[in-house]
Design a protein around this ligand. Sequence first.
Ligand code: PMP
Length: 362
Amino acid sequence: MTDIYKLARKNIVDMKAYSSARSIVTKADVFMDANENPLEPELDILGDTCINRYPEPQPEEIKKGISSLYKTKIENIFMGRGSDDAIDALVRVFCEAGRDSIAICPPTYGMYEIAAQIQGAETIKIPSTADFDIKPENILKNINNNTKLVFLCSPNNPTGNLLNRNSILELCKKLENRALVIVDEAYIEFAGNTSSLVDYTESNVNLVVMRTFSKAFSLAGARFGVAIANRDVVSLLNKVRAPYPISTPSIIVIKKMLEYIMSDEGSKAVKNRIKTIIKNRNSLMEKTGKLPFVEKVFRTDANFFVIKVDDAKGLVAFCREQGIIIRDRSNEPGLENCVRITTGTEEENNKLIKCFAKWSKK
Ligand code: PMP
C-alpha cells in the first residue's frame, strides 16, 4: 500500500465500490442480471451494437489501446467522460468538504476550482509567474497540510504555454507523501511528442497525468478522457465514478479511433492535421499581430493563443455580432484586456481576420 491511501478521504478508502452487473461478469450466453430490455430498440439506430445492454464500465479493449498509445500499464489507466470526469473524481476522492483544499496557479482552466466548490473544498490560488509558468517554491510556501491536490495545466489554458517540466518534477518530489500533482495535458499533442509527462507517472507515485481525445483527435463530442496514475489512485477513482461512464456509442467511436491512430496511416494523418493546425495558428497569429488594436500576441504551444487588445469587451461583442465567437479572458489575473482565440479552419481564420480588419476601421 502506498501513502496515497493516507491522502484520500477516509470514507472513500473504507467504502466498498458499487458492484454493477457488468463489473462482475462481462461475457455470457444469456444476461438476465441487469434489468435491461432483452430486445434491441425497435428503431435501428446503430445496427448490430447491443445498445439495449449496459456497456463495460472500463472497457478492457480500450484500456489496452490506451496502454499502447500512451505507453503505460493497464493498471495505471482510469477512463471517463472527458478529462472533466477525472478532475471531478480526483477532487471527490481526495478532498474532505470543509477541511481540504486544492491549489491552482491562475490564470488556468476554470473547472479545477468549480470541482472544488462542488465538493466544498477550498481553492488556494498561487498566481503563475509573469510568463505564466510555475515556481515550485511559491506553491510550497502557500499550500498547507490539508492541500491534497495541485492542479497544473500544460500547455496551460487559457495562456497556451507549456510549463517547465523540471519545475513540475521538482514539485512532485517535494510533495511526495503530502499531495498529488495533477498535470492536465489536454493540449499536449500540439506541443510536440516529447513534452508529455506520462512516462514519469511510473517513478512518481504522486503524479497524475490527464489526457483527452477532445482536442488533437477531434472527438470532443464523444466525451472521452483518461487519467494516468499510480494503481492505488486509479483504484480509488474507480470507487467514485458512475457505474457505466462511457456509453456504447462512445466506445465504438473510441475503439475505431484508437485502431486508426495506432496504424501507420492514421498516426501520419493525425500528425499532419496537427501540423496544419499549427501552421494555420501561426499564420493567424502573425496576421493578428499586425493589426493596430493588438498590443501583444502571447507565445503558445497549443491550438489556441491569447492576444492583448485595447478593448477586449468591445472586440468580443463586435465579433459576436458578425457571427464569430472568441473568448474574453479579461477577468483572469494577468490577462487584462486579453482575448483567447481557438484556431479554426483556413476559411474560418480568414473570416476572423476580415472581422478584425472591420473592427480596426471602426
Ligand atoms: N482540461 C483543459 C485544460 C481543457 O481546456 C478542457 C476543455 N476545454 C478540459 C480539460 C476538458 O476536456 P474534456 O473533458 O473534453 O476531456
